[in-house]
Design a protein around this ligand. Sequence first.
Ligand code: DX5
Ligand code: ZN
Length: 219
Amino acid sequence: MYKLSPSILAADFAKLGVQMEETDRAGADYIHIDVMDGVFVPSISFGMPVIRSVRNVTKKIFDVHLMVENPERYIREFVECGADIITIHLEACRDIVSAVSQIKKCGVKAGIALNPGTPLSNLKYVMAQADMILLMTVSPGFGGQKYIESSTEKIQKLRELLEKNGLQTDIQVDGGITKENIRMVLNAGANVIVAGSSVFNGNITENTQYFKRVFEEYA
Ligand code: DX5
Ligand code: ZN
């Protein structure tokens, strides 16, 4: 039920494959892959060729987070290069309902991401179709930022909303998650944890194992 999804944005790209293998061996559940287009967010990260070349490094689930304007244009291509979950931003889609169904038609899981300032009420007509809701806990675009404190209440409210609707949808949190605040977001109701700097800075094995041990306390 609890999943750790290390974000390779914080990896050393000269050693990307090796570092992915290390977090895989240490117990990571997913690999979080942040694609940025320089339009939806100010920065540009990487795209399909990089994903394709690391696809054979691990069998773990590729959790692809598209910070891309009109992501509908690229869904098929990301599936072809190895995505297992595709998360798109509600703010980036003209028609979120059809974008989510497009993802599901490709046979992969669909996530919907919300920026910190986007209200949960915007999810009303699409929530039931999503496999996962990603709450951004920093403004999207860069790794290594500080967790926005008001996110905790938003996680709680989302978990209540899902339960009220009889849904057991995954809640993913992304941005500024550390060894210090992990328990707080789990207590609030998150169950899929993205961690970039706090996995890849320092000892990757020890960091991964730390988060996994915390999950055991909640099992
Ligand atoms: C930010 C990305 C995050 C980022 C998280 O826009 O979506 O996935 O890599 O990095 P940390 O954990 O360092 O905040
Ligand atoms: Zn992300």
